[in-house]
Design a protein around this ligand. Structure first.
Ligand SMILES: Nc1ncnc2c1ncn2[C@@H]1O[C@H](COP(=O)(O)OP(=O)(O)OP(=O)(O)O)[C@@H](O)[C@H]1O
Length: 237
């Protein structure tokens, strides 16, 4: 996956636009993922690890179809995929209720589905008294609780893709969300999950993939991969 990165030193969008008009903007190629290839079999729970910026989210976006790779291909039945990611698709100027419908639509839910699950979403997020409030007045924890409740409404899909959804809200909510994610993960779906928490990978995954600077470093038994990864980073296990 190659991103075009601008080499412009513009300090703002206006200056950038002027530079662009004057053909003074050039681009360089950045390989976010390079020759990453692996198989995932039905029922596997695959944990993807790697340091910040190593390409994990890009990989999940390509698999779920949110991004088209510049080369290579993914063989998967996209109709069976559910991508759970937080913090995208909220309009801060809209109310929480309006955002349930907006965010739900972005995730791919139908209006009927949201109508049917609306009360359950509000109850899980524990935001019953705030649904007519604009989201810009919410704390970041409240926004992520709402995002998590929307993303996990209904039954888990056959292929579940989780991008760092386990660090949501306060301690109480984290426990509650972890329980819900565990039910989804262990409910028979094939799962791909990104997590920076080695304990999450070790406790839940049947296979681990380590990606570093866009390159697939290792794939295999989570215990082995997490061990080598932690040693490489100089962490204590
Ligand atoms: N749309 C984009 N345009 C340009 N560069 C991008 C784009 N999306 C991601 N990148 C770059 O690609 C690299 C990989 O990003 P990605 O978000 O996949 O990393 P990550 O492993 O998920 O990181 P983190 O653990 O911090 O979430 C980063 O250097 C990032 O800056």
């Amino acid at each position: 996956m190659v991103f075009k990165i601008s080499t412009s030193n513009a300090s703002g969008i206006k200056e950038y636009f002027i530079q662009w008009l004057e053909h003074r903007v050039s681009y360089k190629d950045f390989f976010a993922l390079n020759s990453v290839s692996f198989n995932v079999f039905r029922g596997e729970i695959v944990g993807i690890i790697g340091t910040n910026g190593s390409g994990k989210s890009t990989l999940l976006k390509i698999i779920s179809g949110a991004l088209n790779p510049t080369s290579g291909r993914v063989i998967v039945d996209r109709k069976k995929i559910q991508l759970l990611t937080l913090g995208t698709g909220f309009d801060m100027e809209l109310s929480a209720k309006e955002n349930v419908y907006l965010n739900g639509a972005i995730i791919g839910y139908s209006r009927e589905f949201i109508d049917e699950h609306y009360d359950e979403i509000v109850e899980f997020a524990e935001l019953g008294d705030f649904m007519d409030e604009k989201v810009k007045n919410f704390s970041s924890g409240m926004v992520s609780r709402l995002g998590f409740a929307i993303a996990t409404a209904g039954d888990a899909a056959e292929i579940l893709i989780l991008d760092e959804v386990l660090s949501v809200g306060d301690e109480f909510f984290r426990k509650k969300s972890l329980k819900r994610v565990k039910e989804m993960i262990h409910g028979g779906s094939t799962v791909l999950m990104v997590s920076h928490a080695m304990s999450t990978i070790l406790e839940n995954c049947t296979k681990a993939i380590w990606i570093e600077k866009g390159i697939l470093k290792m794939i295999g038994d989570p215990k082995v991969i997490c061990n080598v990864y932690s040693c490489d980073r100089g962490d204590e296990k």
